[in-house]
Design a binder for this molecule. Structure first.
Ligand code: ACM
Length: 746
């Protein structure tokens, strides 16, 4: 049975039963006159219509996978792709399901493709799909077109490399979300990935770096042949790849390859830390000529109308210190270094325009002299984009908050590395604020874009996990008319979306629905257990005896007091359907060998990051102040702590002032651990020396505590003696085993 009719039938009543299309279409009119799919599906296309045939082939392949029945392209099909005679927007379409069949109608090629995408979602198999069984498609008339023409995702392939095969699959997923711009961040301080024939050292030198904490160079490049294949793959799915070559800043890798292109001391190698580097391309005419040569090859590879030239975070120290650059500023009659960057942007914009292209750059490029044809990508909040639009520039809104997807989706250990937390609902809720613009300014807002920076996302799997399902929320923001956006409706579609990702092998996050358990130690041997989820959907049910919870299990209401150890299993149910994100965990007693785990929080949040350790664990740490504290817990009978520390080799310190690290050079290479009772200003109850984190990846530590009674919070302050790899707390537990003795303090 089709999921929409059966698998999702236990969802709360919805306005459009059986229609679960994401992004939500502009108009949906259920007719109640359903269509029963025949055992063999034939798709028909207008004679000689090559793009329609390509879309039919795309749809055929998806339906074969989903429906487990023969699907072919022929004449007289029950699924008909037609060209609309009535005027529809280029990307708009009409999808009609009647008892006689299904019609996809569009004027433009993209519109027809999006009709096919919508139909493929209506024919998603449900959890109970019986292979080749009876399939009913709900009768409906859908009229749809996007709110914005630019529905983008930026992929940072510079900080970490993703393979062309993976990017192809990513583009496939974009197309399924009706996202249509892949902004490809190809160069940065840490890498230059794009093969340039005239200047081969850019990629040869810039494509590889030694990652902090790793012995060998890693990375990769994209050959021009690979790029052409990706551009074609994307075009077939109505996705435009907009390449970005960063200039004048974020140029460390480029300058390691060609030092003569820079101003000031040349970097020896691509950067392997994260942050903002002072290495800038020089504004010399000779350098500009090289950059224009690069852009010529870029234009030859990428048919995109827009070419992105970066422009962000170009700290001007090197230009300020250079007599040559200062002389150039004077001879051009410019005010300062910022005006000089603007002058460079004008040269580049003119070069692109001469080739029929348009420049786009980060919002630092916006100034009074920016050529009218140049577009602005606003990352300093949507307001920066509206400012650009009011000034008459086309603008794409990609605000850090909430569209930077290197922020995590949730705050559990499974949420992977990243910055703070931008949950799905926050991303869904983004309002571009175009209603406050006059119509002519609003028309300059090309659309919306999410950015996936990959400093902390070291693998393709991590990128996928950060991207999905939040890209579905972004897609709905960019596609669906403002008055049709509806969080509750989206949330109801989420379980089906997650099933789709799982079926296609996309490693999406279930953070929005994942069960979280908070354990509050009580009198010895007991604890209060609190269950929660980011979003409430369905009924939370649990057992405490290790048996799997079923639809009849006890519903969770208030926190539960339980004797330890206890085996907690819990899941959310919609009727008898189990939602993703179930929990299955044994909470030991402090008297068990592993101890009772606590969930400490950071003492400070100055540079709070979730980082991947050398062991592959993800730990949350303030990189300026590795310090953790626990909520007050009953410590009666507790004899000590067990800690697991993991070493963080990856260099986040370009953004960290050494003075802020409070280094204590009198300590040994591993630094030390101090345990305070009742807050970080409280008495020190234990002090230990640690192993050298640049030599070992993890360390188990046992700390004896003096006997105390009642509830107390603990503060665990790690002290460092030098920069470089440092320890972070992975797990912490209370033990009530026989009293221990601490080794001598450092
Ligand atoms: C940016 O985040 N520097 C565009």
């Amino acid at each position: 049975m089709i999921g929409l009719c059966l698998g999702l039938s236990t969802l709360p009543a919805r306005a459009e039963p059986g229609i679960a299309i994401t992004p939500r279409p502009a108009q949906v009119r259920p007719t109640g006159e359903d269509f029963h799919l025949p055992p063999t599906l034939v798709l028909s296309v207008p004679e000689g219509d090559v793009p329609a045939r390509a879309t039919a082939a795309y749809l055929r392949d998806i339906l074969r996978d989903q429906l487990h029945r023969p699907v072919r392209i022929g004449t007289g099909g029950v699924i008909r792709l037609e060209r609309a005679s009535e005027p529809l927007p280029e990307e708009g379409y009409r999808l009609t399901v009647t008892p006689q069949g299904i019609t996809l109608r569009a004027w433009g090629d993209a519109g027809l493709f999006y009709a096919a995408v919508s139909l493929s979602q209506m024919l998603e198999p449900g959890a109970d799909d019986a292979k080749g069984g009876e399939v009913t498609v709900p009768g409906v008339e859908i009229t749809d077109a996007p709110r914005f023409g630019w529905r983008g995702v930026m992929l940072d392939s510079a900080r970490h490399y993703q393979s062309p095969a993976w990017i192809r699959r990513f583009i496939d997923e974009m197309a399924r979300h009706k996202l249509n711009v892949l902004h490809w961040h190809l160069t940065d301080d840490q890498a230059w990935r794009l093969e340039i024939h005239r200047y081969p050292r850019f990629a040869q030198v810039g494509g590889w770096r030694v990652e902090a904490g790793e012995p060998h160079p890693s990375g990769g490049i994209y050959t021009q042949a690979q790029v052409r294949a990706l551009v074609a793959h994307a075009a077939a799915r109505h996705v435009t790849i907009v390449p970005e070559i960063e200039m004048p800043g974020h140029a460390t890798a480029a300058l390691a390859a060609y030092p003569a292109l820079g101003t000031g001391p040349a970097p020896a190698v691509p950067a392997s830390g994260w942050g903002i580097y002072p290495n800038l391309f020089s504004p010399r005419p000779e350098t500009l000529k090289v950059l224009e040569d690069v852009l010529d090859e870029v234009m030859d590879l990428f048919p995109s109308r827009f070419i992105h030239v970066g422009g962000d975070e170009a700290v001007k120290d090197a230009w300020k210190a250079s007599p040559e650059v200062q002389a150039q500023i004077r001879s051009l009659g410019l005010k300062d270094e910022t005006a000089l960057q603007a002058w460079m942007v004008r040269q580049l914009a003119a070069h692109l325009e001469a080739h029929g292209r348009r420049l786009i750059g980060w919002d630092e490029i916006l100034n009074d002299d920016l050529p009218a044809s140049a577009a602005v990508m606003a990352w300093h909040g949507a307001g920066a984009g509206r400012t650009a639009a009011r000034a008459g520039h086309d603008a794409v809104l990609s605000p850090v908050l909430p569209y930077y997807l290197d922020y995590r989706q949730g705050d559990t250990p499974q949420d992977g590395p990243g910055r703070g937390v931008f949950p799905l609902k926050l991303v869904y809720g983004f309002d571009p604020g175009t209603a406050e613009l006059a119509p002519d300014a609003a028309a300059h807002v090309l659309g919306l874009q999410a950015n996936i920076w990959t400093e902390l996302l070291r693998s393709e799997g991590r990128v996928e996990y950060a991207a999905f399902p939040r890209l579905a929320a972004v897609a709905e923001g960019a596609w669906t008319p403002a008055d049709r956006r509806d969080w509750a409706d989206f949330l109801n579609r989420l379980p089906g979306l997650l099933e789709g990702y799982a079926r296609r092998g996309v490693r999406a996050s279930d953070s929005a629905l994942r069960l979280r358990l908070n354990v509050d130690p009580e009198v010895p041997g007991r604890a209060v257990l609190a269950l929660s989820t980011q979003e409430r959907l369905g009924t939370l049910r649990y057992t405490l005896d290790g048996t799997p919870p079923g639809p009849g299990a006890r519903a969770y209401g208030l926190p539960i007091e339980a004797a330890l150890p206890v085996h907690v299993r819990a899941a959310n149910f919609l009727g008898d359907r189990v939602l993703p994100g179930a929990l299955d965990v044994v909470i030991p007693s402090p008297a068990d060998p592993e101890g009772l785990p606590l969930s400490p929080t950071l003492c400070t949040s100055g540079l709070a990051l979730s980082l991947e350790s050398g062991t592959g664990d993800v730990v949350r740490v303030d990189a300026r102040n590795p310090c953790w504290q626990t909520r007050p817990a009953a410590l009666d009978g507790i004899t000590g702590l067990r800690l697991r520390l993991v070493s963080l080799p990856y260099n986040v310190e370009a953004r960290v002032d050494a003075a802020a690290l409070a280094l204590d050079p009198t300590l040994g290479p591993g630094g030390g651990l101090e345990v305070h009772l009742d807050g970080c200003d409280g008495a020190v109850v234990a002090r230990l020396a640690l192993d050298d984190p640049s030599r070992v990846a993890q360390q188990a530590v046992r700390v004896a505590l003096p006997p105390v009674t009642g509830r107390h919070g603990l503060c665990l302050q790690l002290r460092r003696s030098r920069p470089g790899p440092f320890w972070a707390l992975d797990t912490l537990s209370l033990t009530a085993l026989a009293p221990m003795k601490n080794p001598p303090a450092p």
